[in-house]
Design a protein around this ligand. Sequence first.
Ligand code: COA
Length: 174
Amino acid sequence: MNDIPPSSVTGELLKRPRIALYPGTFDPITNGHIDIIERGLNLFDRIVVTIAVNVQKIPLFSLEERSTMIQECFKDSERVTVGSTEGLIVDYARQHSAQAIIRGLRAVSDFDYEFQLALMNRRLERTVETVFFMTGFRWIYISSSGIKNAARCGGNITGLVPEHVERALQEKFA
Ligand code: COA
């Protein structure tokens, strides 16, 4: 049987490392985010967790604190790096030669916003695809705000965030 050689373009694409950005506010990173990153690592060679600016949010943790907390989660994985940008996600994707933007979907209610974000990003940069992962069932109901609210009121957040993030939240609200 004759094997059809890949075209030079396809061949080049196959040789390139598959890189994805995973943008968000990460204020703070939760086990739900980690679940998405782990799923992403099944498809991508590298993931750049990108702390980005959501103009509608005033973060509790500084950029440096959020970055350190994420780095701690992935200190044993060379395939996950942490970055930040105050600009457009698609520009940052281009700078990192990323072919994709990862987003997590928790419930149907996420879809409308995600759809708009993905289409806007595609409008801004056609070569970067948005890829959605379904969040693990255990994390469907969690959000950074929900966890911060619970921690602020002294609620038990064990198991929803990594231990070092739990400690950081307790220190913030001590
Ligand atoms: N598990 C648990 N929680 C999750 C989750 C998961 N898998 N996925 C999302 N969440 C939570 C987040 O913690 C966040 O909680 P919060 O609202 O309580 O803080 C919430 O769901 C929303 O997360 P997300 O949709 O990722 O919003 P964000 O504020 O974290 O990120 C940006 C939005 C930063 C990605 C977006 O504003 C952006 O792209 N900004 C850059 C500027 C840009 O490029 N703009 C052009 C596009 S319009």
